[in-house]
Design a protein around this ligand. Structure first.
Ligand SMILES: C[S@@+](CC[C@H](N)C(=O)[O-])C[C@H]1O[C@@H](n2cnc3c(N)ncnc32)[C@H](O)[C@@H]1O
Length: 184
């Protein structure tokens, strides 16, 4: 799905999409650069949209790694299905379901979760559940990476990951974005 189609679908479903443009390549790179590709067995991605970050992860993963994506929008899901990659599993379910989906595919915990979920648009009881479930679904020392256009979620992440949250900033994105890099 190209940028124009993404734009059209994002406008149509703005509440779920939380943006109108896909992430820039600069933001994508920032989102995936801290993953330990040598050791990761399972990487999870929440809210892949048209797969722009997904493709950056697929470019870097080793043969022993599986990438599982969680996307709820029908059109984005259909476009993800066109990315044919033997190590990619695409699920059309909410990120809340991370643990049962990992188990369905024979995994217990994820080594890393990369999330583009628009947390500010998601009702707080659901976003809290997503974050709690994500934390439970990660291995000790696992990595959680999230971007946001404001800093409203920083405190929440610090509550969950304590002092293990680092903040970075990507100017070259529309709009510029903060990136949280948290460790369990
Ligand atoms: C801001 S867009 C990010 C798209 C893409 N990853 C990017 O960075 O350009 C957020 C995505 O999260 C998806 N989404 C929203 N709520 C979700 C949920 N509960 N579970 C899984 N995906 C969700 C939306 O459909 C949308 O594709």
């Amino acid at each position: 799905m190209d940028r124009f189609k993404f734009f059209r679908e994002a406008i149509r479903d703005i509440k779920t999409a939380g943006t109108i443009f896909p992430s820039s390549r600069f933001l994508c790179k920032r989102m995936v650069k801290n993953i330990d590709y040598n050791t990761a067995k399972v990487i999870v991605e929440f809210g892949p949209g048209n797969g722009i970050i997904t493709k950056h992860i697929l470019k870097r993963i080793q043969p022993h790694t599986t990438l599982i994506t969680f996307e709820v929008n029908d059109k984005f899901f259909e476009s993800l299905e066109k990315i044919k990659h033997p190590q990619l599993i695409i699920e059309k379910v909410s990120a809340e379901e991370v643990t049962p989906i990992l188990q369905k595919h024979g995994f217990e915990k994820a080594d890393c979760i990369v999330s583009s979920l628009p947390f500010t648009n998601i009702p707080v009881e659901i976003s809290d559940r997503i974050l709690a479930n994500a934390y439970d679904a990660m291995v000790d020392d696992g990595l959680f990476v999230q971007y946001q256009y404001s800093l409203t979620y920083y405190k929440k992440l610090k509550k969950v990951f304590k002092d293990k949250v680092k903040l970075s900033f990507e100017l070259f994105n529309i709009p510029p974005a903060f990136v949280y890099i948290a460790k369990k």
